[in-house]
Design a protein around this ligand. Structure first.
Ligand SMILES: [Zn+2]
Length: 552
């Protein structure tokens, strides 16, 4: 009975409160309290710690930290076990322990065994524990990578025979490095084991070399093959400028020593990059540290004091960035936030563009309705799930009204919903006048950025009216809309297409695409220049076109 209730408890260990893209605000329950994710676990090294664990929680608000079980065992042997890890570190929040796997990666083999590391983590009473996995690393050959995946899996299976406690959450690391098929295999097999948390191993070197586009593939491959609702940890992710990207891809927790390592090297983190302290004339930050001094004064501090100053500033920056990300998730504005951050560094924008490859999966798991509308800045936004979803739904689920014989394509209007615009009201009046009881034979659709084709009866469905778009449109966006128009005409069976052509916003692209598609499909095609839209000439021409067609 006891075991059963624990199992139940574990099932509930991670509760999701809010979502946007693959990101979520969640609550992770541990035996030492519940933490809200996404969260950064600062790495604590008891031997060289610049800021005390207690201060990290009380002053900076970090409810969790991570330390290394292998280092503890090597330097402090039984002391953490005798005192209990929380007392030993002087930290009352949630403690996660890493296993020493990173030390394997850096220093080669280490002097312990997977079994010892499991037992040790139970003895010291950690809250979240990690098996001694075998990191693949970045430079591994395929053969070596395969070996690390298989050995990690073997050790993962051993865990469930070795562990004796039920109240510790265990982390199952996914390996495979840059071999995505191996990452997939590793994630799939690890996902079958009852870990409470999964993790992506060895991305540190990828991040250090700014290959965020590769990181996107690694995270997405793991994510697509793991149980999607379980929390995902990203090892060694410590720079705030990439938090939003990792969170958007479904990473819930991170750990990093970067705040301290950067401080040692006089590097000052911001949410959009890194500065060297000696290059700063002004602090671009209003944290309690930076608001009281200047870069010049900090440079003149003794080394230790300066290191603490920078480490504390770095911790402030990290947690405030996480707060902004959580607010963006809550507001349904994470995509806009991602675009903002991506423009801080070309490597991040490149990574954001890489999401194109994974747009179907992201769309499938993103919320369909949000509180806020969309801001569409440029063609990068074509990857966002709302745009992908409209395209898929129109293709898979939509068919025009049965009586419709003529497709009337009208450009987007400034006013939304489009059908309430003055231009459309005038056109509707004209159609009523010409067609009378045969009005249903004409089907009005809008062509609009970024969504493509919007049938008039759908233009109030979220988010087809709830978006702001930058004009003039970039070339890729115009081409995207033109492709959507072509696909729509090709799939449907209208007898005729009439285009209201607006060269000002759309140059000749929509016109040429429509014409070509109609020729290919052997569909009758006419167009009217929008400049004549309100003129008598245009009305007369539209009337003539429609009457001719209806009299056939
Ligand atoms: Zn600061």
């Amino acid at each position: 009975m006891r075991v059963y209730s624990f199992c139940l408890g574990f099932k509930m260990a991670f509760e999701i409160k809010e979502r946007d893209l693959l990101a979520r605000i969640g609550r992770l329950k541990t035996k030492h309290g519940t933490i809200e994710t996404p969260l950064l676990f600062p790495v604590i090294n008891p031997s060289i710690q610049p800021i005390s664990p207690r201060r990290i929680r009380e002053v900076f608000g970090y409810e969790a930290l991570i330390t290394n079980a292998y280092i503890l065992k090597k330097h402090f042997q039984n002391r953490p076990a005798e005192k209990g890890l929380h007392k030993f570190l002087g930290f009352d929040g949630v403690i996660m322990t890493d296993s020493g796997a990173y030390q394997i990666l850096v220093y080669g083999d280490i002097e312990t065994t997977p079994k010892e590391i499991i037992e040790y983590q139970e003895q010291i009473d950690t809250d979240i524990a990690t098996i001694l996995d075998w990191p693949t690393g970045w430079k591994a050959t395929r053969k070596h990578a395969e070996q690390t995946v298989n050995e990690t899996l073997k050790r993962a299976k051993q865990l469930f025979k070795t562990k004796t406690r039920e109240d510790i959450l265990w982390v199952g690391p996914v390996q495979g490095g840059r071999y995505l098929d191996l990452v997939a295999k590793s994630a799939l097999e690890m996902g079958k084991l009852p870990f409470q948390i999964y993790a992506l191993g060895s991305p540190t070197e990828v991040m250090q070399s700014y290959r965020f586009d590769v990181l996107v593939d690694m995270i997405m491959t793991a994510k697509m093959n793991l149980p999607v609702e379980k929390p995902l940890h990203l090892f060694g992710a410590g720079h705030p400028f990439m938090f939003s990207l990792a969170v958007a891809l479904g990473c819930d927790i991170f750990d990093s020593a970067a705040y301290a390592i950067y401080a040692r090297e006089n590097r000052y983190m911001t949410e959009y990059g890194t500065s060297r302290l000696n290059e700063l004339e002004y602090f671009p930050c209003t944290c309690p540290k930076c608001s009281k001094t200047t870069p010049k004064e900090v440079l003149e501090m003794p080394q230790k004091e300066r290191e603490v100053f920078l480490a504390e500033h770095n911790l402030y920056v990290c947690i405030s960035e996480l707060r902004r990300i959580k607010q963006a998730i809550k507001d349904g504005r994470l995509w806009e936030y991602l675009e903002l951050r991506a423009h801080g560094h070309p490597a991040l924008l490149q990574a954001l563009k890489k999401l194109k490859k994974h747009e179907d999966f992201i769309e499938k798991h993103s919320p369909a309705v949000k509180k806020s509308g969309l801001f569409f800045f440029n063609s990068v936004g074509l990857i966002r799930p709302e745009v992908v979803r409209h395209r898929k739904r129109l293709m898979e689920r939509y068919s025009p009204p049965k009586e419709a014989k003529i497709l009337l394509l009208i450009p987007q209007t400034r006013m939304k919903p489009f059908h309430k615009s003055q231009e459309l009201k005038e056109t509707a009046k004209l159609l009523q006048h010409i067609l009378k009881e045969r009005l249903n034979e004409v089907h009005t659709c809008f062509y609009a950025a970024p969504f493509g084709v919007i049938p008039i009866e759908l233009d109030e469905v979220y988010p087809l009216s709830q978006h702001e778009t930058v004009l003039p449109l970039d070339k890729e966006t115009v081409e995207y809309v033109a492709n959507q128009v072509a696909n729509y005409i090709s799939r449907m069976n209208y007898e005729m297409v009439v285009l209201l052509h607006n060269p000002e916003n759309w140059n000749e692209t929509i016109l040429n695409t429509c014409r070509k598609t109609c020729v290919r499909k052997n569909t009758k095609f006419k167009y009217l220049n929008i400049k004549e839209k309100r003129s008598k000439v245009m009305s007369t021409r539209l009337e003539k076109i429609l009457r001719e067609k209806l009299s056939e």
